[in-house]
Design a protein around this ligand. Structure first.
Ligand SMILES: [Zn+2]
Length: 191
């Protein structure tokens, strides 16, 4: 889930959902776009199911931006291949904003809660980019994500991420110490 500033080559079929005047009025500007590099039907996938997933991803980004008080434009897309499995980067060009990219196969391994956790982590990077760009770390992105998702779910995402990439990291370092473990056990006093 390492962030990157490196631009990627994209062949895009834009399907922008533009913010309504009402959203602008409330100062929340979301530009959530989903693109597919190839028609899903060409790979024998269920197009309707993918469209439902696209709508669900948009909703997740929208809700998490609200909870994390992120008002930047955030696009999310599913790519056929992303070496990092999921990543975020500032948009290149005149439109200010950020893009989150999921590897299609990795996305399929995640349940709803884990997708939310992965998106929250990437939005953690977005938050850092727009607040403290020189403090960009995995640990801080997780700290921000864990304002809205629990540690256990973040652990499951990392387990699935590492299963895909073959890398293994230090969960205690990435997620901080487990506060549950830090709670001292109370002594049992026999009557
Ligand atoms: Zn990351």
């Amino acid at each position: 889930m390492q962030n990157t500033r490196k631009p990627v080559q994209l062949r895009l079929r834009p399907n922008n959902v533009r913010p309504t005047a009402k959203q602008r009025q409330y100062g929340i500007l979301f530009l959530i776009s989903l693109w597919y590099l190839f028609p899903a039907s060409a790979r024998g996938e269920d197009t309707a199911a993918w469209q439902r997933n696209a709508g669900r991803l948009s909703q997740i980004v929208h809700d998490l931006c609200k909870h994390l008080q992120i008002s930047d434009n955030v696009e999310i897309q599913v790519d056929d291949h992303n070496d990092k499995m999921v990543s975020s980067q500032p948009l290149v060009g005149s439109i200010r904003g950020y893009r989150i990219s999921f590897d299609r196969q990795f996305l399929l391994t995640l349940n709803d809660d884990e997708i939310i956790a992965a998106v929250a982590h990437e939005l953690g990077h977005v938050w850092i980019f727009s607040h403290h760009p020189y403090l960009q770390t995995e640990e801080l992105a997780n700290e921000i994500a864990m304002r809205v998702v629990d540690r256990e779910t973040m652990k499951k995402v990392y387990t699935k991420l590492w299963a895909q990439t073959g890398n293994v990291g230090n969960l205690e370092k990435l997620l901080g110490p487990d506060s549950k473990k830090a709670i001292p056990k109370t002594a049992t006093v026999m009557p």
